[in-house]
Ligand binder design. Structure first.
Ligand SMILES: Cc1cc2nc3c(=O)[nH]c(=O)nc-3n(C[C@H](O)[C@H](O)[C@H](O)COP(=O)(O)OP(=O)(O)OC[C@H]3O[C@@H](n4cnc5c(N)ncnc54)[C@H](O)[C@@H]3O)c2cc1C
Length: 405
């Protein structure tokens, strides 16, 4: 029973960031007793288990940003981890394809970014080389990025949990345990549906609920999480012959998304997507899912309206595409003109936790804040799954400083 035991650190959230953070703490401080509390019946139920499964190289992110440094560092750690623990992965490389002349300066900018971020082996390739790598893809130029890859992020999360228990059997990973309220003190009380947990320190890695957890902890917030759903299509057996690995468009810098792309998953299937549609339910994976609290909260926030006004045309087009297979296909055909309606079938979806500032600007960098005796990972957007072990290091360094470990 939770009531009598006092944990050293309780981590709220059983996604890849929560588990990577717990693992890093446990590995360096094996005597700490940790509790990881996850509200779902299994780990990695939300963003982590519903993402594209791509090991990002670190190509797109502003040099010097948290995202850039942690992506590159985290990717290296992740690949080493996958190798050591027999997790499915493949550093297969990817191409970023320009289909129009006007995309070429942006492609060059991305290449320069990648080089500044320390990526190795990036090459600008021509039409003929594109065809050698991906015979069905049409582009005028592309970037070949050999350090990108694919991985089973759920498998990573589960392995991290196993390792924590191996290092310290007194630590616990508790599912079906939703944190409802907090009472902070030298020994904090964490009220959940399973009872009250006591802990000296708290770390929150609650993904789509990071702002709500922070508010419960009285953190002064100038941001709010809004959910953006991404739908995927799967390639059918015939369609699968048309894509080998990873094919991305040149992203539009106006928008915080990479654009729909083709991804070979570690189980051999090939997906295309995700689009980006405002969702009326933070953990809503159906096209018409709705939650009154999530909707009212999002629509009462001025940042949401500012975002809508700034990007209404993009938002409208994404909505249309969400309900039209034909329009979705049209977008894919920009890179793969030979793809047909019979080549794709509706697949799964995921919801991104997008942190919006009061001005309607998307907060694109990772954001981690310390509060008295607690740490909040407030914003961990893509590539946070790739960067999870580096984010774990960041949180651990903060914990050492603020908790005096
Ligand atoms: C569609 C999509 C595609 C993406 N593609 C990629 C990609 O290819 N590569 C990449 O690196 N990144 C990708 N990302 C981003 C990546 O998935 C996320 O950055 C990462 O998974 C964040 O992990 P997390 O642990 O912070 O969040 P989550 O995985 O969402 O975990 C948070 C956990 O906290 C739990 N929780 C919340 N509130 C409570 C509570 N009150 N009590 C107990 N538990 C609670 C939730 O149930 C959840 O399990 C993608 C994301 C999406 C949505």
């Amino acid at each position: 029973m939770p009531l009598s035991k006092v944990y050293d650190i309780t981590i709220v959230g059983g996604g890849i960031v929560g588990l990577a953070t717990a693992y890093k703490l446990q590995k360096k401080y094996p005597d700490l007793t940790l509790a990881v509390l996850e509200k779902e019946d299994r780990l990695a139920s939300h963003q982590t288990g519903r993402n594209s499964g791509v090991i990002h190289s670190g190509l797109y992110y502003r040099p010097g940003s948290y995202r850039a440094t942690n992506c590159v560092n985290g990717r290296k750690q992740l690949v080493a981890f996958a190798k050591a623990y027999d997790i499915d992965y493949d550093v297969c490389g990817k191409i970023v394809v320009a289909t129009q002349e006007e995309e070429l300066p942006r492609l060059e900018k991305i290449r320069e970014n990648g080089i500044k971020n320390g990526l190795v082996g990036i090459e600008v390739i021509d039409k003929a080389r594109i065809k050698e790598i991906e015979p069905y893809i049409e582009g005028i130029k592309a970037l070949w990025v050999p350090e990108s890859g694919i991985i089973d992020f759920k498998g990573v999360t589960i392995k991290l949990a196993e390792l924590i228990k191996e290092i310290n059997p007194e630590s616990e990973i508790i599912t079906n345990c939703e944190v409802k309220h907090l009472e902070k003190g030298e020994i904090s009380k964490v009220y959940t549906n399973l009872g009250t947990y006591k802990s000296r320190y708290l770390v929150f890695c609650a993904g789509l609920h990071s702002d709500r957890m922070a508010r419960k902890d009285k953190v002064n917030l100038d941001m709010r999480i809004v959910g953006f759903r991404g739908d995927y299509y799967d390639l059918t057996e015939v369609g699968m012959k048309k894509i080998k690995n990873l094919v991305y468009p040149v992203p539009n810098p106006e928008f915080p998304f990479l654009g729909v792309h083709f991804t070979r998953m570690t189980d051999g299937t090939i997906e295309c997507g995700p689009n980006a549609v405002f969702t009326f339910k933070r953990e809503g994976y159906g096209k018409t899912d709705f939650n009154i609290v999530d909707t009212v909260e999002a629509l009462l926030y001025k940042g949401t309206w500012k975002l809508f006004f700034k990007h209404w045309r993009f938002g409208l087009n994404e909505y249309k595409r969400a309900f039209s297979k034909r329009l979705f296909l049209k977008q894919l055909q920009r890179m793969c003109p030979g793809l047909t309606m019979d080549d794709i079938k509706p697949g799964r979806s995921g919801v991104r936790a997008m942190a919006l500032g009061d001005t309607g600007d998307v907060i694109d960098d990772f954001k981690i804040e310390c509060q008295d005796r607690s740490i909040h990972v407030l914003n961990a957007p893509s590539p946070a799954a790739t960067a999870c072990l580096a984010i774990g290091d960041e949180v651990m360094a903060m914990a050492e400083k603020h908790f005096g470990l």
